[in-house]
Design a protein around this ligand. Structure first.
Ligand code: URA
Length: 245
């Protein structure tokens, strides 16, 4: 997309005004000032900034939610509060859908997007995008539980699971890192090694870590630089995050 069009759509100003903004030297592409309105920018690949502030690419909206307890990962429901009920009114016009699902009682990182392609790429098991969860347990796990996760277990109903990582953080707190997203998977896997989950929180999807200062229920736009990092990871670039073993 031409740079002046990108600015016009992203900032919401007429094309002529966008052209003037570009020519005035207030726009950077990938950190370099760009005065050429005809410059082509990749919607999902390049960071365009105005006065040093990264702009969201026009077209799609992707939001980062710290999902609170008590709402379901659906777009509408007659019986339950949904994650969409927590989206501020300024995004009410967008046809947002959750990327994958978290259980009603699970908290943490949930993406909401209008971009079905992005959603598919994040959730498709073939991509093996890591999802990291912190689980609070009623009691300590059986000894050797991490090895059972590492070997790839079979759930009680016969469902095979890919090898996963289990890190013991305290007697009753663990981190589980999966590359797939089956129904109640963390709870069911921990159940196989004697664990009863009392709290569950997703802290990471691929390279995207939930900002601990983002309160439950709070929604933030995914910034262009974060989107670029996510897209890089979906293309197979490393997904390990510093701080995790
Ligand atoms: N695994 C679960 O058991 N629940 C979730 O919400 C997500 C992963």
């Amino acid at each position: 997309m031409r740079l002046d069009r990108f600015i016009s759509m992203s900032v919401g100003v007429p094309r002529k005004m966008a052209g003037a903004i570009v020519r005035s030297g207030r726009v950077q592409v990938q950190g370099e000032i760009e005065r050429n309105c005809k410059r082509q920018v990749a919607l999902s690949g390049e960071v365009v900034a105005l006065d040093g502030e990264p702009l969201r690419a026009p077209g799609h909206t992707t939001l980062v939610m710290n999902k609170p307890k008590g709402c379901i990962s659906a777009t509408q429901s007659r019986e339950h509060e949904t994650v969409i009920d927590h989206v501020p009114a300024k995004w009410a016009h967008a046809k947002l859908a959750p990327v994958g699902r978290l259980d009603k009682d699970t908290t943490g990182l949930l993406l909401l997007t209008t971009d079905g392609g992005l959603s598919h790429r994040i959730t498709h098991p073939k991509r093996k995008v890591e999802k990291a969860y912190i689980a609070g347990l009623k009691a300590p796990l059986e000894p050797g539980a991490a090895a059972v996760f590492e070997a790839g277990m079979t759930l009680a109903d016969g469902t095979p699971c890919r090898p996963a990582r289990l890190e013991i953080l305290t007697d009753t707190t663990v981190r589980v890192v999966l590359t797939e997203g089956r129904f109640h998977q963390v709870k069911r896997m921990l159940g196989r090694v004697g664990g009863h989950v009392v709290t569950l929180h997703r802290e990471r999807i691929g390279p995207l870590v939930l900002d601990p200062s983002q309160a439950p229920g709070e929604v933030q736009p995914l910034m262009p630089a974060q989107l670029v990092t996510l897209i890089d990871a979906l293309q197979g670039v490393g997904e390990q995050t510093p701080g995790e073993k």
